[in-house]
Ligand binder design. Structure first.
Ligand code: CMC
Length: 437
C-alpha cells in the first residue's frame, strides 16, 4: 500500500489564529483494521504537531507481521489466527512464519530448525561475563547485560546494511536466548551451566538447561514441553507494544541488533508490560489466602489506592485476549499433569479469576484475565522461579522483536525515530548568577 494510490483525504481545519485554514491529509487504508491519517507533512504545512502521549491514536510504522483486533479478541501472525497456531503448529514454525511471512514447507522447516539448533551455544568467554554479576542479581538484569554484550562477541553479524549479517544476528539471538536465560537461573543457584543438546526441541532444550545438572539428566515431560512451546508461540509477537516500539526506535538510529534487543528487554521488564506475570505471583503471595481476596478486589477498585489487580486488563484487548483463552486451557492441562490439586496459591488464583470475571467493576471495564495471569500460574506449577517469568517472556518475544527490526531496516521509508513535544516549560529568561538566587 502506498499513500498515493487511493485518493482519500481527511480535511484538517485549524480554528486558531490561522483564519480557519483547511489542509488535506491523505488517508492510508489497512488490509484489515482501521485506516490511518497520514500526518507526515502536517508540521511542514501547518506548523503544528499532533499530541498523543502513550501513542494511543498513533501508528508509528507500516507493518505486515501481526494484526490485533482488541475489540473482537483477534490476534493474527502473518494472517494466521493465534488459536490455530497454538493448536496445530510449533514455535520453530511460528518463528519462520514471523520472519519470512509464510509457513515453511518440510524442507524449509528442517533447515531452519537445524540452523537455530546450531547457534544455541554461547561463546565460552560469556561464561566469565556471567561471573561478574552478583549471585542475587535479577535474571532480567543479567539478560539485558548479556544480550547487549553479544555485540562485543559476534562482530561478524553487526553490519546492519549486510542482509547476511542480519540473518545471522537474528538466528543467533533466537537460538541463544534460552541458553542465556537458563544460565542466568543456574548462576543464581550457584550450579554449573548446562550446555544445550542438539537432539532436543527448542522448548525441551530450555527445560533441560534449566533443570538438568551434570550429575543428573532431566527427563522432559511431553505435556510440559508442549505447554512451554505454546507459551513461546503465544508470546512470539504482539505488534507495536512498548518493547517492540523500543526495539524499532533504538534500531532506527542504526544501532546493532544485539543492542536493540537488549533495549527491548529493558522495556519489557516493567510491571505494566512483561513484568506483569512476575507481578501476578508477587500479588498472589501478598493476598496470601482466599479469605483476603475481597479486601484486595476492593483496593483495586479504589481510585485513591494505586493498587491494581495484576494480570487483569489490557491496553488493546477490550475482550478476552485470545492468548489467555489458550493459556487457560494449557494451565489446566499442566496442573492435571503435575497432579496439583491443593496448591493454595493456585487455588487462590482460580478463585480470584472467578470473582473478577463476575465483579461489575471488572466486567464493565472489560478487565479480563490476561495472558500473564495464566502464564505466571503455569510457570509456578512447572517449578520455574518467579524472577524468571519475565525472562521467559523475553525468550519468546525475541523472534517478534527480530522480525520487526528486520522489517524496519528493510523499509525504504524508515527514518530515525524522533517524536516531538508540547512544550509547557518557561519561555526564555535570563541566567541568574548564584549569589542573586
Ligand atoms: N486493576 C484494577 N483496575 C484496573 C486495572 C487493574 N488491573 N486495569 C485497568 N483498570 C481500570 C483503571 O483504573 C481504569 O478505571 P477508570 O476508567 O474507572 O479510571 C480503567 O480500568 C481503564 O484503565 P486504563 O489504565 O485506562 O487502561 P490501560 O489500557 O491504560 O491499561 C494496563 C492497560 C495493562 C496497563 C492495565 O490494565 C494494568 O495496569 N493491568 C495490570 C498489569 C498487567 O496485567 N499488565 C499486563 C498486560 S498484558 C501483557 C503485555 O501485553 O505486555
Amino acid at each position: 500500500m502506498s499513500d498515493q494510490d487511493h485518493g482519500k483525504n481527511a480535511t484538517f481545519t485549524l480554528t486558531d489564529n490561522r483564519d480557519g485554514k483547511s489542509y488535506e491529509l491523505p488517508i492510508m487504508d489497512a488490509s484489515v483494521g482501521p485506516s490511518v491519517v497520514d500526518v507526515r507533512k502536517l508540521y511542514a504545512e501547518t506548523d503544528c504537531f499532533t499530541y498523543d502521549p502513550g501513542f494511543t491514536s498513533t501508528g508509528s510504522c507500516e507493518s505486515q507481521i501481526t494484526y490485533i483486533d482488541g475489540d473482537a479478541g483477534v490476534l493474527l501472525y502473518r494472517g494466521v489466527p493465534i488459536q490455530e497456531l497454538a493448536e496445530h503448529s510449533d514455535f520453530m514454525e511460528v518463528c519462520y512464519l514471523l520472519l519470512y511471512g509464510e509457513l515453511p514447507n518440510g524442507k524449509q522447516k528442517a533447515k531452519f530448525e537445524h540452523d537455530i539448533t546450531y547457534h544455541t551455544m554461547l561463546h565460552e568467554q560469556l561464561a566469565g561475563f556471567y561471573r561478574g554479576f552478583r549471585r542475587d542479581a535479577h535474571p532480567m538484569a543479567i539478560m539485558c547485560g548479556v544480550v547487549g554484550a553479544l555485540s562485543a562477541f559476534y562482530h561478524d553479524s553487526t553490519d546492519i546494511t549486510d542482509p547476511q549479517h542480519r540473518v545471522v544476528a537474528s538466528y543467533r539471538m533466537i537460538a541463544k536466548m534460552p541458553t542465556i536465560a537458563a544460565w542466568a537461573y543456574k548462576y543464581s543457584l550457584g550450579q554449573p551451566f548446562i550446555y544445550p543438546r542438539n537432539e532436543l526441541s527448542y522448548a525441551e532444550n530450555f527445560l533441560h538447561m534449566m533443570f538438568a545438572t551434570p550429575c543428573e539428566d532431566y527427563s522432559v515431560s511431553p505435556v510440559l514441553s508442549r505447554a512451554m512451546d505454546r507459551i513461546l508461540t503465544l508470546h512470539a509477537d504482539h505488534e507495536q507494544n512498548a518493547s517492540t516500539s523500543t526495539v524499532r526506535l533504538a534500531g532506527s538510529s542504526g544501532a546493532n541488533p544485539f543492542a536493540c534487543i537488549s533495549a527491548g528487554i529493558a522495556s519489557l521488564w516493567g510491571p505494566a508490560h512483561g513484568g506483569a506475570n512476575e507481578a501476578v505471583l508477587t500479588m498472589l503471595g501478598k493476598i496470601g489466602h482466599k479469605d483476603n481476596i475481597n479486601e484486595y478486589v476492593k483496593k483495586a477498585k479504589d481510585k485513591e489506592d494505586p493498587f491494581r489487580l495484576m494480570g487483569f486488563g489490557h491496553r488493546v484487548y477490550k475482550n478476552m485476549d485470545p492468548r489467555a483463552k489458550v493459556m487457560r486451557q494449557s494451565c489446566h492441562e499442566v496442573l492435571d499433569e503435575l497432579g496439583i490439586t491443593d496448591e493454595p496459591l493456585l487455588d487462590l488464583a482460580m478463585e480470584l479469576e472467578r470473582i473478577a470475571l463476575e465483579d461489575e467493576y471488572f466486567v464493565e471495564r472489560k478487565l479480563f484475565p490476561n495472558v500473564d495471569f495464566y502464564s505466571g500460574i503455569i510457570f509456578k506449577a512447572m517449578g520455574i522461579p518467579t524472577s524468571m517469568f519475565t525472562v521467559l517472556f523475553a525468550v519468546a518475544r525475541t523472534v517478534g522483536w527480530v522480525a520487526q527490526w528486520n522489517e524496519m531496516i528493510e523499509d525504504p521509508s524508515q527514518k530515525i525515530g524522533r517524536p516531538r513535544q508540547l512544550y509547557t516549560g518557561y519561555t526564555e529568561r535570563p541566567y541568574v548568577p548564584i549569589d542573586q538566587r
